[in-house]
Ligand binder design. Structure first.
Ligand code: PLP
Length: 376
């Protein structure tokens, strides 16, 4: 395989997750909703996995709803707004993932007032949030770690700002944080942040594709997108993908083993690239200094597509955008411009993203390849 630096788009599945997937397929063949012994066995295993995931995330198992991925988890929260009797205000940012942003036209059409906070330097400012809150506000949606730059938002302070406002309002404002790029990284703290909802995806942490989850502090606040057969306590109908759920759990447990050491090692790799290009006139680091070490956005001397293709020719996988959408370049440019990166630099920016198994040798080879391309 080529040298893989596109882990924010997806990670290769780990051996442990793959083995868990295969053994669950082989050993749990019944529908968890069936009342026969095999069904009960599958149901028990489903709940055991939920329990173990909850323990890793330090939340209750009742807080966890399995979905087909983060996009679906986000859709459950956004579409829930359409049930409200009167539309109100939604406060979000311009740097959210497309899974959130794509709802804006529909919600506007339905009469919702959308405020997108500025994100100078990559960050939503709590005082801007305070100013934007009004009596009609129903939802605040701010991601915890940006998928293009790795910028980490101060979710705790942002939530506190909302909770303070709620005291006079005497009504809850739902605080949702898309936390896909925070999962398996230090700093994720659902209870400490006091968010009402958060979305996650297994394939960003060496689990399988097509499985994710929605964290909900209070399930009663959300109406289901598809109640169907009442699975997931009526919040997400459809037969549970037990093999994917158990592989997700295996990947999560593996990822959280020696978490701090792993993250420090990745920070070292990220710094190798930062240091190699920080004094260079032809490259510019876009990611904030205190960004997640797993994601690095860097402006190159050439248009991003050209630079990415030249790296591909040399055997490296990086991304010229967020790669989570078919129109990745345009979307990444939007995020960079929203943080204040000038147009040309943003058009020349690539994303390098690491995993816990990225090696130092391949990082040094990537630096060498980037310098060769820049020097023509
Ligand atoms: N949110 C963020 C921040 C992401 O990086 C992604 C990745 O694609 C998603 C949401 C969507 O996740 P999924 O592929 O599980 O639908």
């Amino acid at each position: 395989m080529d040298f893989y630096f596109d882990n924010a788009a997806t990670t290769p599945i780990s051996k442990r997750a793959l083995e868990e997937y295969a053994s669950t397929c082989a050993n749990y063949q019944a529908n968890p909703s069936s009342i026969h012994r095999e069904g009960l066995k599958a149901h028990e295993y489903l709940e055991e996995n939920r329990d173990r995931i909850a323990k890793v995330l330090k939340v209750e198992k009742e807080n966890i709803v399995f979905t087909s991925g983060a996009t679906e988890a986000i859709a459950i929260v956004m579409e829930n707004l359409l049930w409200q009797k009167t539309p109100g205000r939604i406060i979000t940012t311009r740097i959210e993932h497309e899974a959130v942003l794509s709802f804006i036209p529909l919600l506007k059409e339905k009469g919702w007032d959308i405020v997108q906070l500025k994100t100078k330097g990559g960050f939503a400012d709590p005082s801007d949030l305070k100013e934007a809150l009004n009596e009609e506000t129903r939802l605040v949606a701010i991601m915890s770690v940006n998928n293009v730059t790795g910028a980490v938002q101060d979710i705790r302070t942002l939530v506190e700002t909302v909770r303070e406002y709620e005291k006079n309002l005497k009504r809850k404002i739902f605080f949702f944080s898309d936390s896909v790029q925070a999962l398996g990284k230090t700093g994720l703290d659902l209870k400490g942040w006091d968010v009402d909802g958060a979305s996650f995806s297994a394939h960003k942490i060496t689990g399988p594709r097509g499985i994710g989850m929605l964290y909900l502090k209070n399930r009663q606040l959300i109406r289901p997108l598809a109640p169907a057969g009442g699975q997931e306590s009526g919040l997400r109908g459809g037969t549970e993908n037990l093999a994917a759920i158990s592989a997700f759990r295996a990947a999560l447990e593996e990822t959280y083993e020696n978490r701090l050491e792993k993250e420090e090692r990745v920070r070292g790799l990220n710094n190798l690239i930062r240091n190699a290009f920080s004094d260079s006139g032809s490259f510019h680091i876009n990611s904030p200094e205190n960004a997640s070490p797993y994601i690095l956005s860097i402006a190159t001397p050439l248009p991003a597509e050209v630079f990415t293709r030249m790296l591909i020719d040399k055997g490296f996988c990086v991304s010229s955008g967020s790669a989570c959408s078919n129109n990745a370049r345009k979307k990444a440019g939007g995020v960079l411009e929203a943080m204040g990166v000038p147009g040309k630099l943003s058009m020349n920016s690539i994303r390098i993203s690491f995993s816990d198994s990225t090696e130092k040798e391949e990082t040094l080879l990537l630096i060498k390849a980037m310098k060769e391309i820049a020097n023509g």
